[in-house]
Design a protein around this ligand. Structure first.
Ligand SMILES: [Zn+2]
Length: 291
């Protein structure tokens, strides 16, 4: 057994920040009109009330735990043709790998890459362009993905070359073909004390990672189960990009109840801060953003 540690040092590796989406585009039917004090407390960092936009970061989270260096979600990446979204299309000169190096890691030092789900903004740096071919960026890593996600994205890609912005073809398939995928489902252990949890809804097989250590409540990397602290205030706001919006809302509510009850530290994929705890008062949730 590794020695129990009483905290986990998690670094955010930025690929694109800020990434802004109009609230009613991200959350169909949602409105920022007549915000209450709790909503206004998210101003500037998480919500731009002047433009009506939700502010997100596209980033990886990386940490060392139980002898493994684990990197969660791989953002948009470079050189990927993404004609339907200008900010993601054929990007070059991002600071992503420099940001990773500044945090202390070379790509070859990553032991485990975990993709919470297989949307284009979570798989991009899985691969990079080398001599005209997509090769694994994290060449020594195993890439943890859920079978349900792979099946869905393979199905979508077979229907349309532009499904999921073409990300299955350039950012997932090369990893499968290189033999680097490690299938991961709820209950599986990625490292001693770090296990997979089911967060299906946003993606049909979305997974999270729960890291337990010492006597503290666990840290839970929860992908896009929560895009923004706005959804802590409005748990029924599922995103336009959710596979099953109703299931996504149920998953989120369950996660929020558990986080409030157990004091979990949540790390949503797109949070423009370090982490978030959840307070509950007479059935209403409040985000307590940290860092
Ligand atoms: Zn996302």
């Amino acid at each position: 057994m590794p020695a129990a540690k009483d905290h986990l040092i998690v670094r955010r590796i930025i690929d694109l920040d800020r990434f802004a989406l109009p609230v009613d585009v991200l959350f169909p039917g949602a409105s920022l009109e007549n915000p209450d004090a709790a909503m206004l407390s998210l101003a500037d960092r998480h919500v731009d009330f002047a433009t009506g936009e939700v502010l997100l970061a596209i980033q990886s989270h990386v940490f060392r735990f139980a002898g493994k260096t684990i990197l969660i979600d791989t953002c948009v990446g470079e050189h990927k043709p993404r004609p339907l979204r200008a900010e993601w299309n054929e990007r070059t000169g991002t600071r992503y790998l420099a940001n990773l190096a500044a945090a202390g890691w070379a790509p070859e030092q990553i032991d485990i890459v975990m993709c919470t789900h297989l949307h284009a903004d979570h798989v991009g740096w899985n691969t990079r362009l080398q001599s005209g071919r997509w090769v694994p960026t994290f060449s020594r890593a195993r890439y943890a993905m859920s079978q349900r996600e792979i099946d869905q994205r393979a199905h979508d890609a077979a229907q349309s070359a532009t499904a999921n912005h073409g990300s299955y073809q350039d950012s997932v398939l090369p990893i499968i073909e290189a033999g680097l995928v490690q299938l991961a489902g709820p209950g599986d252990v990625l490292a001693d004390g770090a296990s997979i949890v089911d967060l299906a809804g946003h993606g049909p097989g979305q997974i999270g990672l729960e890291v337990s250590f010492g006597a503290r409540p666990p840290v839970l990397f929860c992908g896009d189960a929560i895009h923004s602290p706005l959804q802590v205030l409005k748990p029924d706001w599922s995103s336009k990009f959710c596979f099953d919006p109703a299931q996504a809302a149920r998953t989120r509510r369950k996660l929020l109840e558990r986080a409030a009850g157990e004091g979990l530290k949540l790390i949503p994929g797109h949070l423009r801060a370090e982490a978030m705890r959840i307070a509950e008062k007479s059935g209403n949730f409040q985000p307590v953003v940290e860092g």
